[in-house]
Design a protein around this ligand. Structure first.
Ligand SMILES: C[C@H](O)[C@H](O)[C@H]1CNC2=NC(N)=NC(=O)C2=N1
Length: 112
């Protein structure tokens, strides 16, 4: 279907920049992730909340481990009780399927 080629990113190579249509379709499938920035800096971002600094840092370390496993590294902004996770694919200066795959993996981490 024509619709599938526009929105179905499972068919896209992991690290090619998604089109605007693909971006919006994928954002609708992940809870709490929003677009941040524009142009080459466009990214997806979500802020996670924790009770204290130790819990925040445990999450940060788990994300770091996951990023190494996936060879896909987010920008992280850390405060006492929050961690904002921002993914984009600097190799293609855009948002790719890899960003959404990693977003889902980070969501799964945060639910534990
Ligand atoms: C050589 C290495 O695989 C690449 O530079 C990877 C590393 N981690 C990465 N992380 C992110 N977020 N985007 C990339 O394009 C990227 N590229």
């Amino acid at each position: 279907m024509a619709q599938d080629t526009q929105t179905n990113t499972s068919a896209a190579p992991p690290r090619t920049a998604l089109s605007a249509t693909q971006l919006i379709a994928n954002l609708a499938k992940v809870e709490g992730w929003k677009l941040h920035g524009d142009g080459a800096d466009i990214a997806i971002e979500k802020t996670y909340h924790f009770d204290n600094f130790l819990k925040t840092m445990s999450f940060v370390n788990a994300v770091a481990y996951l990023a190494e496993q996936q060879d896909h590294h987010p920008e992280l902004l850390v405060t006492y009780g929050t961690c904002s996770v921002r993914f984009n694919t600097h190799d293609v200066q855009g948002v790719s399927r890899s960003d959404f795959e990693c977003a889902a993996l980070v969501d799964a981490l945060a639910q534990r």
